[in-house]
Design a protein around this ligand. Sequence first.
Ligand SMILES: Cc1ncc(COP(=O)(O)O)c(C=O)c1O
Length: 420
Amino acid sequence: MRPEIKTPLPGPKAAALIERDSKAMSPSFTRAYPFVMERGHGCWVTDVDGNRFLDFTAGIAVVTTGHSHPRVVAAIKEQAERFLHMSGTDFYYSSEIELAERLENRILPGTPARVFFTNSGAEAIEGAMKLARYATGRPSYIAFIGAFHGRTFGALSLTASKASQRRRFAPLLSSVFHAPFPTASRGVTTDQTIERIEELFATVAPPESVAAVFVEPIQGEGGYLVPPDDFLPRLRELTLKHGILLVADEVQSGMGRTGHLLAVEHWGIEPDIVCLAKGIASGLPLGAFIARAEQMSWPPGSHGSTFGGNPLACAAGLATLDLLEDGLMENAARVGAQMQDGLREIAATHRDVTDVRGLGLMLALELRTPELAAKLVQSAFGRGLLLLTAGTRAVRISPPLVLNPEEAATGLEIIASALD
Ligand SMILES: Cc1ncc(COP(=O)(O)O)c(C=O)c1O
């Protein structure tokens, strides 16, 4: 299959809907180009005017199993015919319990663990922040410059990705301290980061006041930044030394995207709390945070959610986990390696590309300037490929994990021609 652009972009139906959207919807969104979705299957999406695009965004790294995977749709339909909602906060249903058991067994094997289900990534972070305070009795948090953890007040206090996300929303939580995120792409070393955290401990954040360190194993919205190999093991060591919980925000990097269920598996570390969302249910709103049972031992009433762990989302989550375990994680590693080789070949012949990075199908091309990154995204859209930027001047490649080698080659060909 190939992209097919039959109308000017936006086409007439898309233009009419965008006009209505501009009057009806919040202007706070960040739409880069006028794609108006009509339907999608696998890695392909069609707009309301019948134009077909290859989707390298997966709806911001969400539709892990591709658009409307038949097994996910069947699971949702089967659940929808039985019941839509009952609320896990006050009642019980099997899909929620089964999904919790399966996540625990995969994420903290052999350890008694507990899950709390949410509706979004930000809510998973909020819950983890509350749990960290509850479990440790300590007030403060450490996060990293460039981090994105969500937009609610607690999560936003950790977020340090773009000033536009924080401007005019202060005061945020005062007990959050930031350290630089180490990555070769920014010339920051693990030593510098650890020294900065030690400096925070020695000055404004005594270690016995720090409940948790929140870290994205690979920074997502910050620009798909990969840390040096020694960073997460050393951060694990440092947090253990001071009784500080290590919270891995795997909202974007988790659920098989990097070729393992969690990105932290690449560095062999076990966090105390893992936050998930985005890819967990192939597009239905679901998030989760998972912790050892001894840590998640807060009493009834201390946390809850009307919709969290909705039965449709849990049914989609179970089908998603089946598909990930049946080959999609391996596919992400295999096709991701092919994509990364192809991107490096493109970088070798295009001097505007200054870096290629990532793991599995969490990949990025960095351009010389933010303008060039925005231009590449626009130009790819005109050629039938959906891309998004990340950070200031990176273009992220986060397709559904069902991407096959031919589709990867088509995407690479369009990126090369758009750069030309
Ligand atoms: C790493 C990370 N954490 C948290 C969030 C917030 O998730 P949500 O938008 O579902 O609230 C995001 C969203 O992009 C994210 O990438």
